[in-house]
Write a protein that binds this ligand. Sequence first.
Ligand SMILES: Nc1ncnc2c1ncn2[C@@H]1O[C@H](COP(=O)(O)OP(=O)(O)OP(=O)(O)O)[C@@H](O)[C@H]1O
Length: 305
Amino acid sequence: MSEAALTISGLDVRYPGGGRAVRGVDLSVAPGESFALAGESGCGKTSLARAVLGLLPPDARCAGSIRVGGVELVGAPKRTLRAVRGIEVGYVPQDPVTAFDPLRRVGHHVAQAWRAHRRTPPPGAVARLVAEMGIPDAAVRLRDWPHQWSGGMLQRATIAAAVAHRPRLVVADEPTSALDADLAGSVLTTLRAASPSLLLISHDLALIAEHADRVGVLYGGRLVEVGDAAGVLAAPRHPYTAALVASVPRPGAGLPEPLPGRPPAPTETIPGCPFAARCPVVRERCADEVPPMRDGVACWAVSHG
Ligand SMILES: Nc1ncnc2c1ncn2[C@@H]1O[C@H](COP(=O)(O)OP(=O)(O)OP(=O)(O)O)[C@@H](O)[C@H]1O
């Protein structure tokens, strides 16, 4: 079997003040795979993505292991993280408009992918790459200013920059949240086709079902369900995933059911299942024992009937 593009084991991310945003997460992304992380706001998706990119704030603490292409990133010196980021791991930001300097031409931004590593883009490479992302007349259009491009075109340019060095993995944190719904699908199709493997952060379950091979659902910093994306979202097994799916409005499906209560704060110490306080099928042991991940679900009610 070929080596995973990304292997995360026992990952914890803590912020000053005791906030534990990610708690003991294990996951891996295979070469060629698109893996999505889903969950409510505050569940730890961005903290996990930033840990992989080596972009956590300096006072954040990371424990456990993150391996990309055999290189351990947790505890690695800044020099190693800089060498990996942009070369082994590409990054597609959330909002393409703010990612561009309005006073620099679009081509300058894409060429930064080389300059950031003290390299010069080979002749024609920037235009070729941007054309591959579906921008017509790329060589000419690269001389435009960012305001002359639409949000969808700019996001395609950031994808071009993210894959310039043929990384093992692309990390994209809500890459379509600033785009119209009709553009989101086509940009994700481009992103997926351009990425050798993809860690996609999104709260849009419909986009995940369509554009990810597997999904991991995070709740209170813990992974509660992992599996085939379309399958998990069509027939969720964890009560939290089921509640998340039921809270999405769907045409012709009546009113969505809002999720009652609030997710736990990262500063809370929760001895058992993080979802216990909101769970419709809660058992006695859920309050005291963290359910282990079994067969893709971390839930006492599912794994013990
Ligand atoms: N720099 C920080 N210092 C302290 N706490 C932080 C910091 N960044 C994030 N947090 C907290 O960690 C928790 C997880 O945040 P994170 O941004 O990773 O979640 P998320 O699922 O990506 O949410 P969103 O979708 O809103 O971005 C939240 O409670 C957040 O307030």
